[in-house]
Write a new protein. Structure first.
Length: 157
């Protein structure tokens, strides 16, 4: 039986990330947000376009995550493109830093969700960029798989 906080109430996926990167490792982290950002997320106003995470001065920051201003926010609304702090402990940050520096990987947000307790969680991935021929290969495999499924479906009928 799943506990109450394991349930994902609202979920947003970064679909473009899987197309542009190979995911090596996933890490679930918390994110520091202000009140109007939470309310805007509950309305579904989020864009992952050109979003990435970086380590600055021993802390992990999320850059270019666009959370639109809250519709009823007034003068207390947040800046939609501000950088947001990610909550990781020191050991995790040091492990990530060594992998990023040694292997030339990047931190990419994969998905963001609000759990049953009302906390916003973000899944970031250590990722390696795909080349153009890698992207073509993946698309070719998808089309072949789709055609095979279509022929199997027709044979069953």
């Amino acid at each position: 039986m799943a506990e109450k906080h394991d349930i994902r109430i609202k979920e947003f996926k970064n679909r473009k990330a899987a197309h542009n990167y190979f995911f090596v490792q996933e890490i679930e982290v918390g994110i520091v947000l202000v009140g109007t950002e939470i309310k805007s997320l509950r309305e579904g106003k989020l864009s992952f376009k050109d979003c990435y995470a970086a380590i600055d001065d021993g802390e992990v920051w999320l850059h270019n995550l666009h959370i639109s201003p809250y519709s009823h926010g007034g003068y207390v609304n947040h800046d939609p493109e501000r950088k947001r702090k990610l909550l990781l402990n020191r050991k995790e940050i040091n492990k990530l830093r060594t992998k990023i520096d040694e292997l030339g990987m990047t931190l990419i947000p994969k998905d963001l969700y609000i759990n049953g307790r009302g906390k916003v969680k973000l899944t970031i991935c250590l990722a390696k960029g795909k080349r153009l021929y890698d992207k073509r290969e993946v698309l070719q495999e998808k089309t072949i798989k789709r055609e095979n499924e279509r022929t199997m479906k027709n044979l069953r009928l």
